[in-house]
Design a protein around this ligand. Structure first.
Ligand SMILES: [Zn+2]
Length: 336
């Protein structure tokens, strides 16, 4: 209701029946909505204000005076979204208190340890409700000196670092694939959807943990761009892979920015076939050799793990250049 009011008002102001068009800011709309929360029973002033400002931000983002209406029904119904600010919510005895009501939550984080900030109740496509809250934590000073690291992105959004750390990410669907097939066979669409969601949650969780560990431990992070060789190997849709890789890159980028680490994309051409010790092209070549995990350099007699070796080459390339020099924003437009 609040969103649609804001939408209608700003649209009318931008194209009035007479007079000059006016472009209303979030603050203008906020003023017009004064007192509305006392008319609507379970709504507080902060929620109304945040909706008005979110609407204004989206109008700016999409450069429109009018956005889509939010609707409660139909195939294109909007998912529930109720924003709040921190004095409005309290976490008491396993439940969130909001507008005089208690909402029991599954609290896997130990929320009573934190000071709650702003957030929102939101709904997913299955109709389940979640609460997303920003919390205040102690800021951690970066541990100096901070080293540099190379990251080789592998299949199924896995990643290997030049220090030999591995994001084993191929297992998000482990134990779930079979269940999904079964659910689909029986026509249980909703259950299948839920299982896909579970795999996606696992992936997101792993990506977050990995990227956070990276920016906490390293001052410079060099990531290989994704080669078409890897894509050719897989039967999985390119989009699925890209999203995992893209998410990891995005996370590294923004977390690195916050932590003050350098994050760069490096051309990973020849990083698999080059020996990171002597620089000769003695490594496994071509598609047929992709299954080779470890190999032996015939020139300098060093044992290599394929992915760690590649990550070391990426690191060396990042440190010495010719710097690919591309940051993520530019990289996004590249076609592999
Ligand atoms: Zn060698």
């Amino acid at each position: 209701m609040v969103w649609n009011f804001a939408n209608e008002t700003t649209a009318k102001a931008a194209r009035p029946f007479y007079g000059k068009p006016r472009y209303l800011s979030g603050f203008d709309v906020e003023k017009l909505l004064t007192g509305v929360h006392s008319e609507l029973k379970y709504l507080q002033a902060n929620t109304v204000i945040r909706i008005a400002h979110e609407h204004a931000d989206r109008r700016l983002q999409f450069r429109r005076s009018k956005l889509r209406w939010r609707s409660s029904g139909g195939s294109k119904r909007s998912l529930g979204w109720i924003p709040f600010r921190h004095p409005q919510v309290k976490f008491v005895k396993g439940a969130i208190r909001f507008c005089g009501k208690r909402f029991r939550v599954f609290d896997s984080y130990g929320l009573d340890k934190y000071e709650l900030r702003s957030g929102a109740f939101s709904q997913n496509a299955l109709g389940e409700w979640f609460v997303n809250i920003a919390v205040k934590t102690a800021t951690k000073a970066p541990d100096m000196p901070r080293r540099a690291v190379g990251v080789d992105l592998g299949l199924k959004a896995s990643a290997t670092t030049s220090d030999g750390q591995i994001l084993a990410a191929g297992d998000f669907y482990r134990g779930i694939e079979r269940k999904i097939a079964e659910a689909q066979r029986r026509g249980h669409k909703r259950h299948a959807k839920r299982l896909h969601q579970r795999a996606a949650n696992r992936r997101n969780d792993a990506l977050h943990k990995f990227s956070t560990a990276m920016v906490n431990n390293y001052g410079a992070i060099y990531v290989g761009d994704v080669s078409s060789l890897k894509l050719a190997k897989t039967k999985m849709a390119k989009a699925v892979l890209d999203s995992g890789w893209g998410m990891l890159k995005t996370m590294l980028h923004y977390k690195g920015h916050q932590a003050g680490s350098l994050v760069e994309v490096v051309n990973e051409r020849f990083t698999t076939v080059t020996c990171s010790n002597c620089g000769q092209h003695t490594g496994p070549r071509g598609l047929r050799q992709l299954h080779v995990r470890g190999w032996f350099c015939s020139a300098c007699e060093t044992d290599h793990d394929r992915d760690i070796n590649a990550a070391r080459n990426i690191l060396a390339r990042g440190l010495t250049g010719p710097s690919a020099g591309t940051n993520f924003k530019e990289q996004k437009h590249h076609v592999h």
